[in-house]
Each structure stands twice: as C-alpha cells, then as structure tokens.
Design a protein. Structure first.
Lengths: 114, 112
C-alpha cells in the first residue's frame, strides 16, 4: 500500500515530445511537491501545491506545467522535451506544508531524453 | 550556487563503528535541518531533524549535531549496521512554506 506513488518509473523519449508523469498520495496530505534530481545528484524543488493551489514555483522553464486535479494528485506535464530534461523526478507530499512537516517521497521517475 | 553542500560523495565504515556524515550550508537564515536516507530505486525517507535553536538531536543510533557559527551539520550513526548502507541527503529550510534545499548526498557503505 504505497503512500506516494509515481508512474511511470522509467520514461525514455525523443527530444521534442510531450510527456506526463503522474503522482498520487494516499496519506491525506494537503501539500504535494515535484523535485528534480539532476546529474550532480542535487534534489531541487520545482513546484509545490497546497490544496490544489500553487505555492512554490521555482525558476523552471514554462515547458513544465504541474496540474493538481485534487489534493491527492499532482501531475507533471513537460512539453517539447530537451536533452537537459533528463533526470530523476521525485514527487513528495507533506501534511500541511509547514517547514517542520516531514516530506514523504515517491520512488522517482527516471526520464531519459534521446 | 548550491546553498547546501555535502563534500564527501562516499564514505566506507566497518560495521559497529561510528559513521559521521557532514554537511555545510551557506545561508545563515536556515532555521530547520533534516537528514534523509535513500535506498536505490526508492525515494528519500526522513531520518532525523533539528531546529536551529538546538545544537543536538538524538534518535536511537542517530544523532544530528548543528554548529551554527560554522554553518555545519553532521549526522552520527553509532553503531553502524550494514542496513545503514544508503545515500544520505541533508536538507535545510528557511522556515517559509516547506521549501527545502538539499545537498548532493553521501553514499555510505557499512562493511560487515
């Protein structure tokens, strides 16, 4: 019974394509996040949503668009994929979004752009 | 301009000994710090945290030390066990809306 799940786990695609990564949490949390782990292994916040409302939007190209249909789901859509988008993308959730809340991470989606 | 740095990409320790993982940060406004542990093909899982008003927090075999003047954080694992072998990330937040800055991780290998 996975708390935070992501699909797909692996995604290989060509440059220029559009793809989506889905994330679901069954913890009843109000806040969800997307992180990107780059080639240097740093985990960087991309977006966070609280109760379907965008809270954090880092300097991410506007080819990346998060969508939260309800507070249990936060999907990431990427248009016109580029080579530099290759990375591992992690979804996470936390209870309320307070800085002392523990974040629970999904298993990651490894995106490879050819 | 990474604000949280883990300068040791890897660490190897004998079972039963102490593991010390280090983390440095640049922003003196960080007020909350965490360590996460990550196994291959899994997401990071929370391990231990510390508020900037403290200098030490202990949870079983895990202790986190904070030296604010040096902007340095360390995680001690005593005694180390083979199951502790994983990548450890430190993270820091500014106390605003749960935005964490992560280091690049240290891969710990505990040898039996």
């Amino acid at each position: 019974d996975t708390a935070v799940s992501q699909t797909p786990k692996y995604l290989v695609t060509q440059m220029g394509n559009d793809k989506s990564i889905k994330c679901e949490q069954n913890l009843g949390h109000d806040t969800m996040y997307w992180y990107k782990q780059d080639s240097k292994k740093f985990l960087k916040i991309m977006f966070s949503y609280n109760n379907k409302e965008l809270i954090i939007n880092e300097t991410v190209p506007n080819r990346f668009s998060p969508k939260s249909p309800d507070k249990a789901h936060l999907n990431l859509h990427i248009n016109s994929l580029e080579l530099g988008d290759s990375a591992v993308y992690f979804c996470a959730s936390s209870q309320s979004g307070a800085s002392t809340d523990t974040q629970y991470f999904g298993p990651g989606t490894r995106l490879t752009v050819l | 301009d990474q604000q949280v740095k883990q300068n040791s990409p890897s660490l190897s320790v004998q079972e039963g000994r102490i593991s010390i993982l280090n983390c440095d940060y640049t922003n003196s406004m960080f007020d909350y710090f965490l360590w996460y542990k990550k196994y291959p093909a899994e997401g990071p899982t929370f391990l231990i945290s510390i508020s900037s008003i403290k200098d030490k927090n202990e949870d079983g075999r895990f202790t986190v030390f904070l030296n604010k003047s040096a902007k340095h954080l360390s995680l001690h694992i005593v005694p180390s066990q083979p199951g502790d072998s994983a990548v450890y990330f430190c993270a820091a937040s500014l106390g605003n809306f749960n935005k964490f800055y992560f280091g690049s991780g240290t891969k710990l290998n505990v040898k039996p």
